[in-house]
Structures are given as structure tokens and as C-alpha cells.
Design a protein around this ligand. Structure first.
Ligand code: ADP
Ligand code: MG
Length: 673
């Protein structure tokens, strides 16, 4: 086997199956080897209900008590029956759209039921558990299975098999790190790392495997950066501008005054744009520190200089929010900004008009998603590109812009809380402005970590805020299953139903999930913003950037399943106005390390401190290796949580620089913007 052999060489993969793998970006054996699990599944020893934790996955040995029956709800049907464990504790088991179970399940059957346990109004419920015969489960108990991202018609089992056979014959060759280096730097050897990342015998092996592979990734990243062709060199300012009075006019008109930190960032930006070199700047500020208005000042400066500026957001919802805000601002304060929205999915006529106005220069501020840099967009004079809450704007995008003959000022807005030493490595070549101060009207968010016993209290809190005219978010985690079932959708839907039944008609509840069309998501967000709904139930699709200052409570279900940085981002959705805000983190976990983590969040609202503590708390013992904080994502590594590995790679770079192999992973080059 050669690294570059087509996967069709692997036993069991024919042309048809290869096509499915291709859809996942896997063409060669090397691609396959580097297709890492997105999570792991550890089969627990079966237990009794009294020993189970609500909200997490459990495996319970129980007997079927009642014959299955069908309940209809909406267009869907639910098959449900009750089961009891050896001590007689009863639990309701529910399956969606599974009429076939009416025949296959009979009272008296003894099975292991494995799924996430819920408790509702004092009753135990298992939604969509996997069912196993006793002896079948005994073979699985204790083992760890990799969970891969799938595509239609390609099962986790097929990917596992293919990877197992690649591991067997792959020409690993000699490790580029010596044994001594590995030992000294706390790294596992490459061969072991590849084997253990896919098939870890235990948590500790998985931890060290991941650590080694992340090191490789970061070493390659540092290499690209240092060996890069003048990426960090200053380019002459081909779009020189002058400072404009409009910015001061806007500042005076705003209902608040900018913080000193915002003022500093604005002044850095303006001196870049009016200076001798092209701007290449990162504005780093915690959630809620007010980065948007800083971006607007940059756009306004470009517009007043008769040039075009573009702002790119990671999602359509965010792009629309920015567009509406900027439009309102420019109308209210009669700014010279003529904004236009450009997103992937918009009406043909609207799109044509938008493109035309961009081409003629009629629009001078263009707000959108990645659609902004696709080939069909022709700019009159694009002089400034701002990216908000994302760094996906990498080499390729920049090349695309260069092909169009544009090399604009670049401004990157980030809430990723990484310390300066790390930022200097990661964003080598970018100048940094830090917004290290919150607007003065902010009252710190009150936090609590509670278990389901406090559920009713939490609901009462939400209700009392709604009665004051405020709004609330309820966040459910994306549940990922070992198959392509749309459990995520169901968890939000189910939860919405429960909330509706608790709060009754007088509270308006809307729900949002990742499977909705962008326009629908945007509409629901807009209605929430306009206070047409009181509670928004959602998965993490609302995670970044959404700004509804009237929302004062956020309740996060199963908070143990989120990374700390992600929780901090979520929490940042409240506390954006001048009313006291609350973050309720629900968790029934009993894992000590997890609770310690949540406590960090409970104790501080400072994103940087949280990231620092999170880093310290990491270690072998948990199977959460592939969790990512969303931003600054690499193939495997995560800047926020793996900062120490990045520092190690940078420190050792000079020793290994002539040996670092080219990595064939889905790397995102953050720096070369
Ligand atoms: P983020 O940095 O998370 O992108 P935003 O730019 O969305 O934060 O700002 C959060 C909220 O704070 C917005 O409602 C914004 O209008 C408001 N805001 C921004 N700057 C100030 C300030 N200096 N004083 C008071 N409120 C501010
Ligand atoms: Mg923002």
C-alpha cells in the first residue's frame, strides 16, 4: 500500500463505496488515515435506574412491562412502552416513527436499553434508546468505539472497517521525531498515535494519541507560517484614506460613549487605513465587549472615502443581523453608508440587484456570508474586508480576491480568548488590538450550576423575567448519535413541547434548530429580536454573535456536554443590556472533573480567565478529545484548549524544522488573511 493509493485498493471498497468516501473528502489511503473520529462512544456496564444519572447516557438492564402502543403527535408517531429494572423502578421508553416495534417488542422481553435518561414531572423517560439482547451487550460493555462523521448510505461500521484495514498495511515509515524527543516532550510516537486515535484501548491512550497528532498539526502550522513567503511582510497601502468627520459624528450621536478600549481599537484601525501600509489587524475582545461598532467605524471610514467595504459573517443569521443594524444606524444618523446584503440563498431578483449595486459602487458597504467572495461578485473598489467571529477566511479566499485584482485592508474580529503569547504565534503577521474593557452599563451575569431538582425553580425564574418584559433562551445540546438519526431536531422539538406544556399559552415560545433553512432561522431570530416571542429554544446555532439585549436569562440544558469556551459564548447572549442577567447551567453529571470545569464558569465571567483555567484542567481521563471551541479550528487541534501544544510546537520549531512532514489534513490557515 502507498499513501497516495486510491481507497479502492482497500478490500471491501469498490467504485460505488469509494464514491461515498469521496463525498467526505476521502480519496487516498492517507486521507482515510487522517479522517479522525468526531467523538467516541464508550459502552457502560449495565446498571439499575437507581444508579443512573439523568441527562447522560446510561445502559440499563430491564424487562418490558407493557405492550408497545402508538401515540400520534403532529405528523409524527411515537411508539412507547414501559420497562422496569430488577428493583422494580419503572421507566417510559419512546421511539419515534418506529411502528415496526409494535410487533417486535413483547412484555417480558429482557433487554439492555442504552440512551440518555430524562426525568419529566417525576417520571423517568428514555428517548430512542438502543436496544440490545443481554449477551449481545455483554460483548460490547467496556469497549470504546470511534464515532465518525457520516454521509448518507455510509455507515460508521463501514468507516471503522476501512480504517482498520488501512492501519494494518499503511507504510508509516520512520517517525520524524526521535524517541528521545518524544519522551522529553511528553509525546507518543506517530504509529501508536494513529492507531490509538482511531481505536483507543482506554481514555489515557486516546488523550496521548490526540496530543501527538495535534502537535504534528501545530508544528506544520508554525512551519507554514514561518516559511511562508512574506505573509507577514507589510504591503504598501494601495487604498490610502483620510480620517473622516463622519466617525466623530457617529460617536457623538450614539446613545452611549465608546469605552477607552473601543476608542483605542478605532484609532489603531484609522491610523492603519490612513497610513503607509495595508491594514492587517486582529481586534480581539470578549463577547459583549462591543466589537461591532468598532467594525462599523472602519466601514464608515471606507465609505466616506468613496470606497467599498465588506463585512463577512459565519452564518446568514448573523449577516442579516449586521445588515439590519448597520442599515438602521445609517438611516438614523444619516451616514454615507449605503449597505447591501449578499447571502447564498436569496431571491434571484434581489441577488441580481445586489450584485449590480456592488458592481456600480451604488452599494458601498456589503454585508454577507462567504457569498461575498464567490466568483460572481464583482466589486467596484473593494478596499476593506472585515471578518466577524470567524477565521475561515484563509488562503484560498484571499487568492480568490487577488484573482479579482483586489488586495484590501483586512480586519479580523475575534472573541476567542487566547493569551497574547499564543495570539502572537497564531496570528503571526497580524497587528493586534485588544478590547479589554466592558461597556460601563453592564451588570455582571449571575450564574448558577444546578441539577434537575431545580428545574421548576429555573422555570419560575424565567417566568418572572418574562413578566418584567424580558426574554429568555433555552439551549439544548446537539445530541450526536452513532447513526444519522435526526435526534438533534427531536431534542429541541420535544423540549419545546415540554416548555409549552409548563408555561401555557400566555408565554410565546419559538424554536430553532440547525436543520432549518437559513431564511427561516433568520425569520425566527428576527421575531425574537422584535419581542414577538418570549422564549427561544435552540441548539447552539445561536452561539455566535446574536445580539438581543432584552434577553436576560439563558438556561443551558446538559451543560456538561459543552466546552467551557462554548458555554461562555452562549452565556454572552445575555448581559448585553442594562438589566441584571442570569445564566442557569443545568447538569446532572456526577463527574468530578466536569463539575470542576462548570465551577470555573460559575465563578468568573472573564473569557480569558476561563480559557486559562480550562487549559489547566485538561488531562487524560475524559473522552472529549475532539471537542472544538468552534472558532480557530484545525483538523484536530483546538487553539483555545490546546494552547500549550501550540506553544510547545513553536518552542521546538527550530530543532525540527527540516523534518516536519507536509500534513494532509483539513488545515485552516488562519494567519494568511
Ligand atoms: P461583541 O463584541 O460580542 O460583538 P456587540 O458589538 O454585539 O458585542 O455589542 C454588544 C452590545 O453592546 C450591543 O447591543 C451594543 O450596541 C452595545 N454596546 C457596544 N458598545 C457599547 C458601549 N460603549 N456602551 C454601551 N453599550 C455598548
Ligand atoms: Mg459580535
Amino acid at each position: 500500500m502507498n499513501k497516495t493509493d486510491s481507497i479502492e485498493k482497500i478490500k471491501g471498497i469498490g467504485a460505488k463505496k469509494a464514491e461515498l468516501f469521496n463525498r467526505l473528502g476521502i480519496c487516498t489511503c492517507e486521507d482515510l488515515l487522517n479522517y479522525f473520529p468526531r467523538g467516541y462512544d464508550k459502552y457502560e456496564e449495565p446498571s439499575e435506574f437507581k444508579d443512573c444519572t439523568v441527562g447522560v447516557r446510561n445502559a440499563v438492564l430491564a424487562a418490558v412491562k407493557t405492550a408497545p402502543r402508538v401515540i400520534r403527535y403532529g405528523s409524527k408517531s411515537v411508539v412507547s412502552f414501559s420497562v422496569a429494572d430488577i428493583s422494580g423502578i419503572v421507566c417510559e421508553v419512546k421511539f419515534f416513527n418506529a411502528a415496526y416495534m409494535l410487533k417486535s417488542v413483547k412484555p417480558g422481553d429482557i433487554r439492555v436499553f442504552r440512551g440518555i435518561l430524562r426525568s419529566f414531572k417525576g417520571k423517568l423517560i428514555l428517548d430512542q434508546p438502543k436496544m440490545y439482547k443481554r449477551d449481545e451487550y455483554e460483548k460490547l460493555a467496556g469497549s470504546i468505539t470511534p464515532v465518525y462523521s457520516l454521509t448518507k448510505d455510509l455507515s460508521n461500521e463501514s468507516i471503522k472497517k476501512a480504517i482498520a484495514s488501512v492501519l494494518k498495511d499503511y507504510p508509516f515509515g520512520e517517525d520524524y521525531l526521535t524517541k528521545k524527543e518524544c519522551d522529553d516532550w511528553g509525546l507518543t510516537d506517530s504509529f501508536t498515535a494513529y492507531n490509538d486515535i482511531h481505536f483507543p484501548p482506554d481514555e489515557t491512550h486516546q488523550y496521548y494519541a490526540r496530543r501527538r497528532l495535534v502537535f504534528d498539526e501545530f508544528a506544520f502550522f508554525v512551519h507554514m507560517q514561518r516559511a511562508g513567503t512574506g505573509a507577514s511582510e507589510k504591503l504598501p497601502n494601495t487604498h490610502p484614506m483620510i480620517e473622516v468627520a463622519d466617525c466623530n459624528r457617529l460617536k457623538e450621536a450614539l446613545p452611549y460613549s465608546l469605552t477607552n478600549a473601543q476608542e483605542r481599537a478605532v484609532s489603531d484601525i484609522i491610523s492603519d487605513m490612513t497610513g503607509p501600509y495595508l491594514m492587517n489587524r486582529l481586534v480581539q475582545g470578549d463577547v459583549g465587549s462591543g466589537k461591532t461598532v468598532v467594525a462599523v467605524m472602519a466601514l464608515l471610514t471606507a465609505a466616506a472615502n468613496n470606497r467599498q467595504g465588506a463585512m463577512m459573517a459565519p452564518t446568514e443569521v448573523l449577516a442579516r443581523q449586521h445588515f439590519e443594524n448597520i442599515k438602521k444606524l445609517s438611516e438614523r444618523y444619516k451616514l454615507c453608508i449605503r449597505p447591501v446584503l449578499l447571502v447564498g440563498k436569496m431571491g434571484v431578483k434581489d441577488k441580481r440587484e445586489a450584485l449590480e449595486s456592488i458592481k456600480t459602487g451604488e452599494a458601498n458597504v456589503i454585508i454577507g456570508t462567504h457569498a461575498l467572495i464567490t466568483e460572481t461578485v464583482e466589486y467596484k473598489d473593494l478596499s476593506l474586508v472585515i471578518t466577524d467571529e470567524q477565521h475561515r477566511f484563509g488562503v484560498k479566499q484571499r487568492e480568490k480576491l487577488m484573482e479579482k485584482g483586489v488586495s484590501p485592508h483586512i480586519l479580523v474580529m475575534s472573541a476567542t480568548p487566547i493569551p497574547r503569547t499564543l495570539a502572537m504565534i497564531v496570528f503571526g503577521g497580524l497587528d493586534i488590538s485588544v478590547i479589554d474593557e466592558m461597556p460601563k452599563n453592564r451588570i455582571p451575569i449571575s450564574n448558577c450550576v444546578v441539577n434537575s431538582d431545580f428545574r421548576i425553580k429555573a422555570y419560575e425564574k424565567i417566568l418572572s423575567e418574562i413578566k418584567k418584559g424580558h426574554q429568555a433562551y433555552v439551549i439544548c445540546p446537539m445530541v450526536y448519535e452513532n447513526d444519522e438519526s435526526d435526534t438533534e431536531l427531536k431534542s429541541v422539538e420535544e423540549h419545546t413541547k415540554e416548555l409549552r406544556s409548563y408555561f401555557g399559552e400566555s408565554v410565546r415560545i419559538a424554536s430553532l434548530n440547525g436543520k432549518m433553512k437559513p431564511a427561516e432561522k433568520a425569520r425566527i431570530m428576527e421575531e425574537f429580536k422584535e419581542q414577538k416571542t418570549d422564549i427561544l429554544v435552540s441548539t447552539t446555532v445561536i452561539e455566535v454573535g446574536i445580539d438581543v439585549p432584552n434577553a436576560t436569562v439563558i438556561m443551558i440544558e446538559n451543560s456538561e456536554r459543552f466546552g467551557l469556551s462554548q458555554l461562555h459564548q452562549l452565556r454572552g447572549r445575555v448581559g448585553r443590556g442594562d438589566a441584571p442577567s442570569f445564566c442557569i447551567m443545568m447538569s446532572d453529571t456526577t463527574n468530578k472533573l466536569t463539575l470542576k470545569r462548570l465551577k470555573v464558569l460559575n465563578d468568573t465571567n472573564d473569557g480569558f480567565k476561563i480559557a486559562e483555567e480550562d487549559m489547566k484542567l485538561r488531562g487524560p481521563g475524559e473522552l472529549n478529545g475532539v471537542r472544538q471551541s468552534g472558532e480557530l479550528t484545525f483538523g484536530l487541534g483546538d487553539i483555545v484548549n490546546d494552547g500549550d501544544i501550540m506553544l510547545l510546537a513553536a518552542e521546538k520549531y527550530d530543532i525540527i524544522k527540516n523534518r516536519i512532514p507536509t500534513l494532509n489534513r483539513n488545515l485552516i490557515d488562519i494567519r494568511t488573511i
